[in-house]
Design a protein around this ligand. Structure first.
Ligand code: WT7
Length: 671
């Protein structure tokens, strides 16, 4: 390998918090050109970049006409006159569920399998597109009968079972924006999302199966609604686990009663292209999650386009599997809308990768003959840890494209994915995007791009991204800075629900007229993009976005805690892990309460209750002081050094320079 020049410190991205093994990115020079065989059959072609560059909106308009069925064709493409509020295809009308389901049945594809569902306990269900049409229509009729109309919001709190997909599509069919809340979030988190969106209906289940056991969901809904939710009139409950549930008469309705009895004839409601399709909450740099909302025409266009081209989908023959839950944007775009719009056959799996054994995923790949697999680096690193003998016991030869998403993938994990899962043969697409972008933005194209382990490489055709310095100037090749998007794109968020000012502030105020993504990035000598992690107070744990501020607020809401600072420390498996530094209230600190272990456990449980188990700190360190600048800002960079057992960096801007010594001494003391 030839040595590449190491970046000098002033070129480094500003305080980016990377995943494991990213330090040496620019010395990575392994290359994987597409095979002639793959290239010959690929959906994507190299000339797409030039076409799209010549007329970016025109390119997207072509995709919108080709991939989406419009009840009223659009004549306008992009309206950016009220920037940063975009309107795409605004005079067109369509229905998302019609595009995902009905048209496949109308065009003779009704017998094609849409969903192969695999429950954690091994129970299975197969739904063809015709089955899906019937189920979605019934659910739409049932929801309408419960008073849900076009424009009303529906909160969804379900495990990954077919009803989750059916519910999302039933909402889309009515034109009722859905707000899916990940089943791992707490009653508290669910409550704030229901209130913010003023949901009229909540769809949940008694529970789902998780690690071999039923895990309840309905109690969290009951608790969330007890806090008061005047907008909610009904709760529809799917019976999944058979656990006993509390019942509120007049409010709660069983799915199997309401939906099964409903008619299977339902006319999809045509909506404007800019009608909101869904809201999805994601963590930002403040304590309050942001309700990112997406609209219909542009979102569906880019979802379908990217799913077809980035994964090289051949709908007649491929079996596609994206391991994400529908509670995340990946599940929205690459489990529900992208694949179904394209008429794909896909697998959905309810459970965890190690239940009942660590080969479960590979058993599923073998069983269904999965050809395209889309997952997260954290899962790949976990499988690496478990050992390659496990996947090697299964026939994975059906796989032909592998995707990665959610966090930077370290070259070592990329190489393992390609060699062990992909038999040194399959292209890997490392796809960069966000809840806000709605769909993939930066990724190699299989059959076109010569890939580099660890790099998402190039903006897709029709997408304009760059890496800029503090003054918004593009950095030269070899340099580092902030990732930005310089032109509007069809699937971009249309705003933050109910808070247009926060939308402008968060994404459009850092640099004039360009979108600030919050990620640090570098350009290599070829101009390819390498993502380095967040540059704001957002952590990425197992590909899930968590806010340092949100966890800090959860901690200080506990009576024992006076002050808290949270950082994301590099973790070999999860990318980052939550490490909290807390100052206890003096009465607790003075010893009438708990020992260190009790403090840890109590506060970890408290965070799980406030936000959800995914936000639980890996470690909680009790300290006497926190490092702050003279203006009172916590210097998380220094705490990250401590959490990652590094020499503590430059602390000259601290108001009190002895603080770091105090922390170091305190940590050295036995608990
Ligand atoms: C953040 C967005 C996009 C769906 C899953 C996460 C990080 C995402 C990559 C990638 C490096 C990545 C970024 C981004 N991220 N994909 N391929 N390489 N980083 O969605 O919760 O909205 O998080 O995930 O930091 O900003 P999200």
């Amino acid at each position: 390998m030839t040595e590449r020049s190491a970046p000098t410190s002033n070129e480094a991205a500003p305080d980016a918090q990377g995943s494991p093994g990213l330090e040496n990115l620019l010395t990575e020079d392994r290359r994987f050109p597409p095979s002639a065989e793959f290239a010959a059959q690929a959906n994507a072609t190299a000339d797409a970049y030039a076409w799209a560059n010549a007329d970016r909106p025109g390119y997207w308009a072509d995709q919108a006409r080709e991939l989406i069925s419009w009840s009223t064709p659009f004549t306008q493409t992009l309206d950016w006159s009220d920037a940063p509020f975009a309107r795409w295809f605004a005079d067109g009308r369509l229905n998302a569920a019609y595009n995902a389901v009905d048209r496949h049945v109308e065009e003779g594809r009704g017998d094609r399998v849409a969903l192969h569902f695999e429950g954690e306990g091994g129970d299975t269900r197969t739904l063809t597109y015709a089955d899906l049409l019937r189920e979605v229509s019934k659910a739409a009729n049932a929801f309408a009968a419960l008073g849900v109309g076009t424009g009303d919001r529906v909160a969804i709190y379900l495990p990954l079972i077919p009803e989750a997909v059916i519910t999302m599509l039933a909402c889309a069919r009515i034109g009722a924006p859905h707000s899916v809340v990940f089943g791992g979030f707490s009653a508290e988190a669910l409550s704030s999302r229901i209130l913010d969106a003023e949901a009229k209906l909540v769809v949940t289940a008694d529970g789902g199966f998780r690690r071999g056991k039923p895990s309840a969901l309905k109690p969290a809904v009951d608790e969330a609604l007890e806090k008061g939710a005047p907008s909610v009139s009904h709760v529809v409950v799917v019976r999944r686990t058979g656990q006993p549930v509390e019942w509120t008469a007049g409010r709660d309705v069983w799915w199997h009663e309401a939906v099964d009895a409903a008619s299977s004839q339902h006319t999809p409601v045509d909506v404007d292209a800019e009608h909101p399709l869904f809201i999805l909450y994601t963590s930002g740099t403040t304590g309050k999650p942001k309700g990112i909302f997406h609209t219909t025409g542009g979102y569906l266009t880019q979802a379908a386009y990217t799913h077809l081209n980035v994964f090289d989908l051949k709908p007649e023959t491929d079996v596609y599997w994206c391991t994400a839950d529908v509670g995340w944007i990946t599940g929205h775009t690459y489990v529900v809308y992208g694949p179904l719009i394209n008429g794909a056959t896909q697998v959905i799996y309810e459970g965890t990768p190690d239940t009942p054994h660590r080969g479960r995923w590979w058993e599923i790949v073998q069983k269904y003959g999965v050809t395209i697999l889309y997952t997260a680096p954290t899962a790949i690193r976990t499988c690496m840890k478990w050992g390659e003998e496990i996947p090697s016991n299964f026939d994975l030869s059906s796989l032909r494209v592998l995707g990665s998403v959610g966090e930077p993938i370290n070259p070592e994990a990329w190489m393992w994915y390609r060699r062990v899962i992909g038999a040194d043969r399959t292209p890997i697409v490392d796809t960069w995007w966000q809840t806000e972008t709605g769909a993939i933005m930066i990724s190699p194209l299989p059959g076109v791009t010569e890939t580099k382990p660890g790099s998402a490489q190039v903006p897709l055709p029709g997408i304009a991204a760059d890496v800029v310095d503090d003054d918004a100037q593009p950095v030269p090749n070899g340099g580092g800075g902030y990732l930005v998007l310089t032109e509007p794109w069809p699937a971009m968020l249309r705003g933050i629900w109910g808070d247009p000012e926060r939308y402008k502030d968060t994404y459009w105020s850092r640099f004039k007229d360009i979108y600030f993504a919050g990620d640090g990035a570098k350009k290599d000598d070829d101009g390819d993009i390498w993502l380095l992690g967040r540059v704001d107070d957002v952590m990425n744990v197992s590909g899930h976005r968590l806010s340092t501020t949100e966890i800090e607020s959860a901690l200080v809401s506990h009576p024992w805690v006076a002050e808290a600072a949270v950082v994301g420390a590099t973790d070999e498996t999860t990318g980052q892990a939550v490490v909290a530094f807390v100052i206890l209230r003096s009465d607790v600190a003075e010893g009438n309460a708990a020992d260190a272990a009790t403090v840890q456990e109590t506060l970890r449980t408290h965070v799980a209750k406030e936000i959800g188990p995914i936000a639980k700190p890996r470690q909680i360190l009790v300290v006497a002081e926190l490092p702050k600048t003279r203006s009172g800002k916590i210097m998380r960079r220094l705490l990250r050094d401590v959490a990652e057992h590094r020499q503590v960096g430059d602390s000259t801007t601290l108001a009190d320079s002895s603080v770091m010594d105090l922390i170091a001494q305190g940590l050295a003391k036995p608990a």
